[in-house]
Design a protein around this ligand. Structure first.
Ligand code: DC
Length: 218
């Protein structure tokens, strides 16, 4: 298992994060949340008043924030310029702005390089949107998680306060469209990925299914 790389892609609310952490824990692997990296850059830019409607302004600052990612599945961490940002990157402001920032090629180039460095010789479960297609196309195990729009909206609503299923469904549809239609590295399923529909599965069942795929492929 030491050199194994498991690529976990899919849209938000598909159950990627919990499943990826659970799989990493079960196999004693590291865990990398690449969405947290895009969120961290977005948070840093919001803090500094960078105009997020202007891709050139985003590109000009793309290399400035210094990220540090912790890969323990029991306590994943994200720090920006040395300060813990785990809570700050989960606000609705960051969520609403992250697709614009992650569409900028300079941001992606930088983060893909850092993700490959962290993956290194493997032994890791990596979750995101373009892991199996761009970041590590040679990964021996690729899983693409999906779920119905209703299931995804329900899960996200249960995690948040002060929102409704209808509002979440609309926000997710907007983010899906932005993430899957951007020019650079859009959300996509790799040709050799195993698609797993999690609509009717609970977390333990999703983890068991991914572990089964790993056993079969790795
Ligand atoms: O997984 P998440 O919802 O925390 O990801 C936040 C955003 O980051 C998502 O809307 C698109 C972007 N993202 C990306 O473009 N590529 C990745 N590998 C991971 C996330």
């Amino acid at each position: 298992m030491t050199g194994l790389v498991v690529a976990m892609d899919g849209p938000s609310g598909s159950g990627k994060s919990s499943a990826s952490r659970g799989v990493a824990r079960a196999l004693g692997l590291r865990y990398l949340d690449t969405g947290a990296m895009y969120r961290a850059i977005t948070w840093w830019m919001l803090e500094r008043g960078v105009d997020l409607a202007d891709p050139e302004a985003i590109a000009a600052r793309a290399l400035d924030p210094v990220l540090s990612m912790g890969t323990d599945p029991d306590a994943p961490s994200v720090a920006v310029d040395g300060a813990d940002a785990a809570v700050a990157i989960r606000t609705s402001e960051v969520t609403a702005a992250v697709s614009a920032v992650s569409a900028v090629p300079e941001v992606r180039r930088r983060l893909v390089a850092e993700q490959r460095e962290i993956i290194g010789l493997g032994g890791i479960v990596v979750e995101g949107r373009d892991i199996g297609t761009v970041v590590t196309p040679g990964a021996p195990v690729k899983v693409y998680l999906t779920a119905s729009a209703d299931a995804r909206a329900l899960r996200r609503t249960a995690e948040l306060t002060g929102t409704t299923v209808e509002a979440q469904r609309a926000a997710m549809a907007r983010r899906d469209t932005l993430d899957s239609t951007r020019k650079t590295d859009p959300l996509a399923m790799a040709a050799d990925a195993v698609e797993l529909d999690t609509t009717a599965l609970n977390l333990e069942e999703v983890i068991a299914e991914v572990l089964r795929v790993i056993k079969e492929k790795a």
